[in-house]
Design a protein around this ligand. Structure first.
Ligand code: DHB
Ligand code: FE
Length: 280
């Protein structure tokens, strides 16, 4: 049976792609963010994931306001990365783990999550950059992937509570997969940030740090007491992306070990967090 080897959550600011392309990891602006990754690389080299399931939010590339699924899952032959014009080189398409996609789709629909099934799906920086950060210095991403997209673009948004339930069900579906594979679950986005409007530049380190602490507990769902509107009030419109972290963290059962944590303000008006967990 498949095994979940751990969970990594991280922010996904597009300019990270440019920084990676230019080799700016040691630049004073970037180094506090990139410093969060070497301990996670060391741990990944030990747990050796074969497959990565990524919870992320599409920012208008594959889904736009005319068609916006609340929860969507990829079941395509591969996932092509869309260029967003930040000057980062295109990454080669990400390999698909189609059998796991269909295992998840069947299990999720059986358990009352009516997923939008995408047999053709482009992925943006929210999917591509975290994989590039986790598996650097390789021409092609070395793991197969399953993208799961959660709407944080068009009202109304799914609640953190619902995303926790989605994560739990995805975790159960992975554990029930009849393949001897090691699966890593990744959640991308957040932490506090707002890019537009009167509150552009809004950050909330106090809330972010409470959230990071809450995810280390056996019951990680402190944040599910809040509505999406309350979360936006606290962490900004784009800060709602932290619901990806909630979904990803909930795929793990029981007590966890925090492998590593990094928190740095700001990268492009964003409170950038990275946090990894292993099952105990
Ligand atoms: C930016 C974009 C994002 O999607 C995000 O999550 C954070 C920052 C940006 O354009 O700076
Ligand atoms: Fe984003």
């Amino acid at each position: 049976m498949a095994r979940i080897v751990g969970c990594v959550n991280t922010s996904h600011v597009p300019s990270i792609g440019k920084a990676l392309a230019l080799g700016l990891q040691d630049d004073p602006y970037w180094s506090p963010f990139f410093a969060g990754f070497p301990p996670i690389h060391k741990w990944l080299a030990e747990v050796k994931p074969d497959v990565v399931v990524v919870f992320y939010n599409d920012h208008g590339l594959n889904f736009f306001l005319n068609q916006m699924p609340t929860f969507a899952i990829g079941a395509g032959p591969e996932y092509v990365n869309g260029d967003e014009g930040w000057g980062a080189p295109d990454y080669p398409p990400f390999a698909s783990e189609e059998k796991l996609s269909w295992q998840l789709i069947n299990h999720l629909v059986d358990h009352d999550f009516d997923m939008t099934i995408c047999q053709d799906m482009m992925v943006d920086h929210a999917f591509a950059l975290p994989l590039k950060l986790l598996f650097p210095n390789q021409p092609k991403c070395p793991v197969t992937t399953v993208p799961i997209s959660i709407n944080t673009v068009l009202y109304p948004f799914p609640s953190a509570r619902r995303c926790a339930a989605l994560g739990k069900t995805v975790g159960d579906a992975i554990r029930a997969w009849d393949e001897d594979k090691r699966v890593l679950v990744v959640g991308t986005g957040g932490l506090s940030h707002q890019l537009e409007g009167e509150r552009a530049g809004h950050l909330n380190p106090e809330f972010d740090l409470k959230f990071l602490d809450s995810l280390t507990r056996e019951d990680p769902n402190w944040v599910t007491q809040f509505s999406s509107e309350d979360i936006i009030e606290q962490v900004g419109t784009a800060g709602l992306e932290l619901i990806m972290w909630v979904a990803a963290r909930n795929t793990l059962q029981g007590p966890v070990r925090e492998v590593h944590r990094n928190y740095h303000i700001p990268i492009s008006n964003t409170a950038a967090g990275t946090q990894a967990f292993a099952p105990r």
